[in-house]
Ligand binder design. Structure first.
Ligand SMILES: Cc1cc2nc3c(=O)[nH]c(=O)nc-3n(C[C@H](O)[C@H](O)[C@H](O)COP(=O)(O)OP(=O)(O)OC[C@H]3O[C@@H](n4cnc5c(N)ncnc54)[C@H](O)[C@@H]3O)c2cc1C
Length: 381
């Protein structure tokens, strides 16, 4: 490490994606926070590449609880947090062929306990809601009308703006390339933008969280980044898709939804990948378009824009918020998988409460969450 002047903070956060930004936002209310981001802009990786959906029936029980617990923040953020509503109505249809109806019945049994709005609907109702669906393909669906679109850019900027207003700092072009235990306790992070020291280090490096652990001399947790492809296509002229819901195939092999006059679709791929600047593969793009053309009457579609991002999962697919056991000051905020945006208000609050030595947020506790469910011990046994 170089011997440049050490810049002293209460908390260093590695990564200015939605995880680092949300934790920094809540922590900066009471602590001096610096967020160190490798790229020249926050949100370059997974956070800027999502499908921007909020659904309380997605993921395992803890993920669903984190999402439900986040709804009040999304619906009534603090004054001045954002100039626009963070959520807007979208709706969701899980559509199935005749051979998928039993699976949809089972899914209905499970999710109707979580959302009173969920309904089982007929093929005719599906076609009335989304007229491009093929009558011969769709035999029925599960409708989740209270699923919402998230304004991800406003949410992310809201966190970062609030953090700065509280005196926190975001340093871009600041790749953390060395991590050392500080002589007096805490951690020293070495970057080309300077050296930073703090009693607490938050590892919110997304797909690189295990890489950061190894840099600090810790064993990795076995996080697996998985690539997911997204494609924008132009629907044929005259198609008014604005009010269509997000449509997901019952086996989750395709989804599509309107996006600013275009359609966003994905083959819902989950290809394991090393941490990297993920790029779409032509084959995944072709598979998505082929599946869309089988499910709908849309034809001759050409991609106008394609991208891919990494969804990074813990081995048990549960999100991680907690200190490394037996080690001072190393906090994990990782494994956000395909739910990092919709769970961020809950995860940010939980990180701030644990680091601040406060009680676990009682409203999230009432939803069945606790430190052990999200903590690191479960992955170190
Ligand atoms: C196609 C797709 C669709 C998705 N749809 C949804 C959805 O509908 N709803 C939802 O809630 N979620 C969705 N997700 C998941 C969501 O995008 C992620 O869970 C979330 O963005 C993860 O946030 P993060 O901050 O952990 O990671 P990131 O946004 O990747 O941020 C991590 C940051 O750490 C930085 N970093 C890494 N190493 C270093 C270092 N050495 N030094 C400094 N900085 C470093 C990186 O540059 C990066 O900016 C989707 C993801 C994809 C790819």
């Amino acid at each position: 490490m170089n011997d440049g002047n050490l810049q002293q903070y209460d908390v260093i956060i590695i990564g200015a994606g939605i995880a680092g930004a949300s934790a920094g936002y809540f922590l900066s209310e009471s602590r001096r926070v610096v967020v160190l981001e490798r790229e020249d802009q926050p949100g370059y990786h997974s956070t800027g590449r999502s499908a921007a959906l909020f659904t309380e029936t997605y993921g395992n029980a803890s993920t669903r609880a984190l999402t439900t617990g986040a709804r009040p923040f999304f619906e009534s953020p603090p004054n001045g947090f954002a100039d626009v509503p963070l959520l807007s109505p979208r709706g969701l249809l899980f559509v199935g062929r005749a051979d998928q109806q039993e699976a949809l019945d089972r899914q209905y049994e499970e999710v109707s306990r979580l959302s009173r709005e969920v309904r089982r609907i007929s093929a005719a109702e599906c076609l009335a809601i989304c007229p491009v669906l093929r009558a011969g393909y769709v035999a029925g669906a599960l409708a989740e009308p209270d699923c919402m679109d998230i304004d991800v850019a406003s949410l992310h900027q809201g966190y970062l703006k609030g953090l700065r207003a509280n005196g926190g700092r975001v340093v871009t072009d600041a790749e953390v390339r060395g991590l050392e235990a500080a002589p007096g306790g805490g951690w020293v992070a070495d970057t080309k933008a300077g050296r930073f020291v703090a009693p607490i280090l938050i590892n919110a490096a997304g797909a690189w969280a295990d890489v950061m652990a190894e840099l600090a001399g810790l064993a990795p947790l076995g996080l697996v980044p998985k690539r997911r492809t997204a494609i924008l296509v132009e629907p044929p002229g005259g198609t008014d898709s604005a009010a269509w819901p997000m449509v997901v195939d019952a086996d989750e092999e395709l989804y599509f939804k309107p996006d600013a006059g275009k359609l966003l679709l994905s083959p819902a791929d989950e290809t394991p990948s090393p941490p990297c600047d993920a790029q779409p593969e032509e084959l995944d793009v072709a598979i998505a378009i082929d599946r869309l053309e089988k499910m709908t009457s849309l034809a001759g579609l050409r991609p106008s824009h394609t991208w891919a991002g990494l969804r990074t999962f813990a081995p048990d697919k549960t999100l991680i918020a907690g200190f490394e056991p037996g080690l001072d000051g190393f906090f994990w905020l990782a494994g956000q998988g395909g739910y990092g945006i919709q769970t961020s208000p809950s995860m940010g609050r939980i990180a701030a409460a644990i680091i601040g030595g406060e009680d676990f947020p009682p409203d999230l506790g009432a939803l069945g969450l606790d430190r052990d469910i999200l903590g690191v011990e479960r992955l170190r046994r």
